[in-house]
Design a protein around this ligand. Structure first.
Ligand SMILES: Cc1cc2nc3c(=O)[nH]c(=O)nc-3n(C[C@H](O)[C@H](O)[C@H](O)COP(=O)(O)O)c2cc1C
Length: 361
């Protein structure tokens, strides 16, 4: 049976499985490390004790032990229960924020709810529910999700905030994409008037203009999900290649590195709201870089997925290393607290500098 002949719920499950497999096993990055363009200036006299460095931070009124969110990745099929359980247990242990993948599948088929609600079994300081904007506006034949669905998604995991993800790059590349984007701003405004919402990109970044439009809808913050890490264009390229859909394969390749680089988006989307920097962060040093240029917190998905698939211990090792790297960076620029990082000396070079010179003119 081809994907087109499958039941819609089954297609979503297959797609989610494909996404995890591809993200764990294929090279999806655009090959340019924009975060390396952000240089923190070394302070040879830090005048603080490394042991006193405090990585805790408050985000959306919740205290995290480190400025890191495990970004939305999965839910909605059998194996996702185990993956979300591992991610959640490590988020609990290290006091991190955590998002789940799009909950549309469980709203359509309540039997899948426990693949997400497993995260409610853990004491996580910040839980982020997830729905896609394309499902909040009417597509050709499908029904539309309403604010009560948003509340149901939040209740499912005991969430503090709902991320509405913006993923039109992925939708335009994938064969079964929801590409009617009319009414998106209004839909976000309606949801944001009834519950705490953040606008979340998924690998193509948020420009200043879009950040200002989104701010007016009443969102509480952003996850900028910029270019430089997991490229959903690349993910869809691999999916199209598997089913020999040459047209989609070509479009996936052409738009592989489409988007606004993550550090550029951190700067441009800084419009006075909390901002999670996601997209291509690989180390705790990258988290420090993001905070230095104005982010409130870092977010990671692709970097954490392979170790999460390996098991809890592997993921725990990885997260401990990331927090240690962040602590080292804070020490070397003389920041005892996370809030001080923004006044550490940083310079922006390379392609990221070129982007900023043009978009901030
Ligand atoms: C396997 C996988 C599945 C994802 N699914 C979702 C999703 O359902 N909803 C969402 O908002 N973002 C989703 N994302 C996007 C991430 O949350 C994140 O924005 C993006 O991967 C960029 O971060 P990275 O470069 O650290 O991977 C997914 C990412 C991965 C790797």
């Amino acid at each position: 049976m081809t994907e087109g002949e499958q039941q819609p719920g089954r297609i979503i499950e297959m797609r989610k499985n494909d996404h995890v497999d591809i993200c764990a096993n294929e090279d999806l990055s655009p090959g340019y490390y924009y975060w390396d363009d952000v240089k923190l200036v070394h302070r040879s006299l830090p005048e603080i004790d490394l042991a006193d460095v405090d990585t805790s931070v408050t985000l959306f009124g919740k205290k995290l032990s480190a400025p890191l969110v495990i970004s939305a990745m999965t839910g909605g099929y059998d194996k996702a229960r185990e993956i979300n359980g591992i991610l959640a247990s490590v988020a609990e242990e290290h006091g991190l924020g955590m998002g789940v993948g799009s909950q549309r599948a469980a709203l359509e088929n309540p039997e899948l709810a426990d693949t997400y609600s497993v995260v409610g079994d853990y004491d996580i300081p910040l839980r982020i529910a997830n729905l896609g904007l394309p499902q909040l506006v009417r597509q050709r034949s499908e029904s539309v999700l309403l604010p009560e669905d948003g509340r149901a998604a939040m209740d499912m995991i005991g969430a503090d905030v709902l991320a509405i993800h913006l993923n039109y790059l992925q939708e335009v590349v994938q064969p079964e994409g929801d590409t009617c984007a009319r009414g998106g701003v209004e839909a976000i405004r309606t949801f944001a008037s009834e519950m705490p919402v953040i606008a979340k990109e998924t690998g193509a970044g948020i420009s200043r203009q879009m950040a200002l439009v989104l701010k007016k809808t009443g969102v509480r913050g952003f996850d900028i999900g910029g270019l430089g890490g997991t490229s959903f264009s690349a993910v869809e390229y691999y999916r199209a290649r598997k089913v020999r859909n040459e047209a989609r394969e070509n479009i996936g390749k052409a738009f592989w590195d489409w988007g606004i680089p993550s550090p550029v988006s951190v700067v441009t989307a800084s419009v006075g709201l909390p901002l999670i920097a996601t997209g291509g962060l690989r180390t705790g040093l990258d988290v420090a870089r993001a905070l230095c240029i104005g982010a409130s917190c870092g977010g990671m998905a692709g970097r954490l997925l392979p170790s999460a698939l390996e098991g809890k211990e592997a993921l725990e090792r990885e997260v401990r290393m990331i927090v240690d790297e962040l602590r080292a960076a804070m020490f070397l620029v003389g920041s005892r607290e996370v809030e001080e990082l923004v006044s550490a000396q940083a310079l922006v070079t390379g392609r990221t500098r070129e982007w900023l010179d043009h978009v901030m003119e």
